[in-house]
Design a protein around this ligand. Sequence first.
Ligand code: ADP
Ligand code: ZN
Ligand code: ZN
Length: 736
Amino acid sequence: MSDHVPKPLQGCVDVALEVPMRQLFSYLYQGIDLKPGMRVSVPFGNRNMVGVVVANRAQPPENIKLREIHSRLDNNALFSSHLLRLTTWTAAYYHQSVGEVWRTAMPAVLRKGRAHTHGLLEWVYGLDLLPEDWRAQLGRAPLQRRVIEAFDAPDVKLTHAGLQKSIPGCTPAIKALLTKKYLQREKKMTPVVFLPGSDLPNTLTPGQADAYQKLSQNRQGFQCQVLQGITGSGKTEVYFAMIDHCLKQQQQTLVLVPEIALTDQLFARFKRRFGSRVVQIHSGMSDANRYRRWWEIRSGSVEVVLATRSGVFLEFKQLGLIVVDEEHDLSYKQQEGVRYHARSVAIKRAQIHDIPVILGSATPSLETVQNIKCGRYQQVQLLQRVGNSTLPEIQLLDLNQARVESGLSPDAIQAIGQTLERKQQALIFINRRGYAPVLFCPSCQWTAQCKRCDAQMTLHQISHALQCHHCGARRGVPQSCDACGAQELINLGEGTQRVEESLRAHFPQASIQRFDRDELNTAQKLKTAMDKVHAREVDILVGTQLLSKGHDFSKVSLVVVINADQGLHSIDFRAPELLVQQLIQVAGRAGRGSEKGRVLIQTCFPAHPSLLAVKHHQYTEFADRELAQRQRAHFPPYSHMALWRARGRAANEVLQFLNSVARHGRSMQPAETFCYDPVKSPMFKRSGQYHAQLLISSRQRSALHQWLKGWIKHVEQDKLARKIKWSIDVDPVSLF
Ligand code: ADP
Ligand code: ZN
Ligand code: ZN
């Protein structure tokens, strides 16, 4: 008899919660069915939290009194097993809390515990019982007539928002029509209206066709391919061809792009090609918008997704391909919170889904080059520019031989003049922002320092103030030296504003547009400026990093780099790589149209091998040389690094903490690993806090991971660990 009574559903689950602890939390449940991927509301301490069920447990953990979940928030698993595996892997690899990884993966609307369809449903109207003589019936109600007329066929459905748009103020008319039963309505997900793109596919050049063929050779299963194409070689067109193929298979594509203000231009190109099948996800979106997109992607109603870093954690219905564009870009590394690298996570994700991933770049990161060398990734090259355009001619201008005026040498000024005469555009690139980086006292060598940071303040001419670029602190420009009282203070260095002024003096007729974050502080301003460039309303572009990446300027035939030397003598072992990548990228903006491009790089070190590599378009040779040096010095990718970072208000406590961390670590150190001494960070004081770090490395990744795992547990027990803000950065891209 008792066989007929269903066994009550009960058990124990492990839940990821958004707390810094690097662990899952077990809860009991009964009376419901719980599966991994569902959200639950649970008690935690004296509050309620939303968590994600990560696993069912066969046995509750022993010796702990478990609490029961409050409720289940989803009737079905909201997250796929793929995403569960990915978040778990990310947390383990980067030694972060799983719950914090979920914070990145879950739209805010869902983190707040809202219902899965929150904000997604809206009223959708259709025609109901319309009498033959409805026009006569509505003779005195023109608005109601117009509403009915908006439905030009019996089965047409229109949203409230859609009706409002074409017939403003129609709400009362709709109400009246509902009462008359001329209209009916229901709550529905807004249908995604399909709009095709306007661009037809270009015929691939022989080089592109060859690359496409190689990339498509093996479409089944995981593999990592590197599309290395010189600037202007048309990598995007090759992605398009790959995406087209996915679309035919009803598969979705994720295209990751760097965190730059200018993905808009690229998105517009995608949109022209794929119409409403492509959407963009970026950090500036409202929660509601982001969630709507998230849902559309998950339900498969959009098929191509252009996203920055965190897009790697989106949920897909049928993911078929991942592209990481400009894979060398450092913005793929998250520098706070969960310090993951989106490229690495993307590769892992492709592995989990068993699909291909393409890393695209003109200047692949040395990690990627090394992976090609040892056969883990396949390389596919694009060696020629599209059409008749060729790579620009690059000249190194020796600043030791020239009289420089506000940053510009006579040769550069002459070249700009010639460019303007030929009705072409010139791009002046400065690797810095602000008017003049420092205010300097020639009598006593004093410079204006930020009180809260170990940094010099920058002079901003427009606001006539000194500003710290690290913490944002501002002060007025002093009339005399703070240290010795001397009245003569001078500006050192060339900022964009100063170069702009000097250009205006030399070329009073020219239209000059400055591109830096002070001038173009909103996306709209930036877009307007960009449109002006494309409409040929700008003669000279002056700017910073904002100008270096990705743009396809067809009329820029001259690029002048004001100061190449900043990266040549840095303590960061990655500095040469970053400098060369940046110079090649910015040089690649020249000569993309019909006119041959020319690039002038001003430098005090014209014989420097890194600069010569740029001059001769020899990235591969540069990468080989640089890798050989890294190998000799046991730097990544020939070793693996992790960085303990700590900060706090008391300098001595921060160092004391890291010394204790180092002691713990050394007491359990595996062979073949290195533990350096704790040091003050290159910028010790930042925003009023003291920063220090402890570097560790190992030839073997597994040894490093094992070591860290036990070590972190120890440190979490440390009394000081609660007073100090600390974090672990696995595969750090910057040692600052
Ligand atoms: P990359 O990203 O490699 O620097 P892009 O993809 O921006 O290069 O392509 C450079 C330019 O060449 C773009 O204006 C693009 O529209 C054009 N282009 C690319 N492939 C083709 C093709 N097969 N036929 C015609 N134009 C092309
Ligand atoms: Zn500061
Ligand atoms: Zn002084």
